[in-house]
Design a protein around this ligand. Structure first.
Ligand code: GRG
Length: 306
């Protein structure tokens, strides 16, 4: 049983990576099961390349932390599949976000982006396959009541679609080069970045059989944590460096994107991150000591260096 947050974080990452490695290894055959004539090694290499390249695994950790905040026994196996599913969905969004038609980046997680290492068509298909894999993994939940599994699937589907992450990305692309106000910027990031982080917490809480009060507390904490994550992302894009970030520093500025520091200034952006952190901690008060990992994750999100 992990004690410190660092141990918890490492344990969550290890568990997530184990599932990802296992499920990808099962599909890593160079050929389909149906026919030994159809080579598939390239697409499977691309999936493994992007998914197993590291990453902080913040969304999986969020799911584990939310489940532990409910105090209820949760099936470890089912939680592992939820964690791996949300990471697959996230990784698909990163691969597609890096494409020339989107942000056109050539570095991610410290290595060349998927379309640079392979090719554009392979990267599009790898993203598509990871999205499908996410829902395939959720279909493996067998210790969770069926109605809860449906609610978990609905949570991920809604959060990642046009009223969630994809919608936020669409607004981002349309807003590039234009002046938008703080309300619009916040709304966009609540969808683009926040929706999946909120979904991760909600899926963990649902798997942990959260009661309506717990669910409400976890939802509002995750809401603040999701936005804080993006504010910090914008700050790091200015104050950090390419090596630490594992992606191009200054990319937002280069693309003429609206960001929190651009709109508010650096000091006000740091204050906003602090106040979102406080909001998250306040929302978690009713959950008491079992929400310790959620509290620590909220702190990790605003103190992270990459
Ligand atoms: C093209 C159909 C289609 C959909 C695209 C690309 C996309 C939908 C959405 C993009 C969403 C996106 C990339 C949001 C950015 C969120 C963000 C700050 C990502 C970085 O996450 P980290 O720092 O990365 O957790 P690691 O590598 O640590 O996992």
């Amino acid at each position: 049983m992990p004690v410190t947050f660092t141990e918890f974080l490492l344990d969550c990452r290890r568990r997530t990576d184990h599932v990802l490695d296992t499920v990808l290894a099962q599909s890593d055959s160079p050929y389909t099961q149906q026919s030994s004539e159809l080579p598939l090694a390239g697409i499977h290499q691309a999936l493994r390349y992007s998914l197993l390249a590291g990453g902080k695994r913040v969304r999986p950790v969020m799911a584990y932390a939310a489940a532990s905040a409910t105090k209820n026994q949760t099936s470890a196996n089912d939680l592992d599949y939820i964690a791996a599913a949300v990471e697959c969905l996230h990784c698909y969004s990163l691969i597609h976000d890096d494409l020339p038609a989107m942000d056109d980046d050539d570095l991610r997680r410290g290595i060349p982006t998927c379309h640079i290492a392979f090719d554009e068509a392979t990267a599009i298909l790898a993203g598509d396959a990871l999205q499908s894999k996410a829902f395939e993994l959720l279909s493996k939940l067998n210790q969770t009541p069926a109605t809860t599994v449906v609610a978990i699937i609905e949570t991920l589907a809604t959060a990642s679609g046009s009223q969630g992450m994809v919608g936020g990305q669409y607004i981002d692309l349309k807003a590039t080069g234009q002046r938008i106000d703080l309300e619009q910027l916040t709304g966009m990031h609540n969808l683009k970045t926040g929706a999946l982080i909120r979904a991760a917490a909600r899926m963990g809480a649902l798997a942990g059989a959260a009661n309506p009060h717990q669910l409400q507390a976890i939802d509002s904490a995750a809401d603040a944590m999701g936005l804080a994550f993006q504010v910090v992302d914008d700050i790091l894009d200015i104050e950090s460096d390419t090596k630490t970030l594992g992606k191009k520093q200054g990319a937002d500025n280069k693309l003429n994107k609206s960001t929190f520091p651009a709109l508010l200034g650096m000091d006000a952006s740091k204050n906003l991150a602090k106040s979102l952190h406080e909001q998250a901690l306040a929302a978690l008060i009713p959950l008491g000591p079992p929400a310790e990992h959620m509290r620590n994750l909220a702190s990790y999100i605003i103190r992270r260096e990459y």
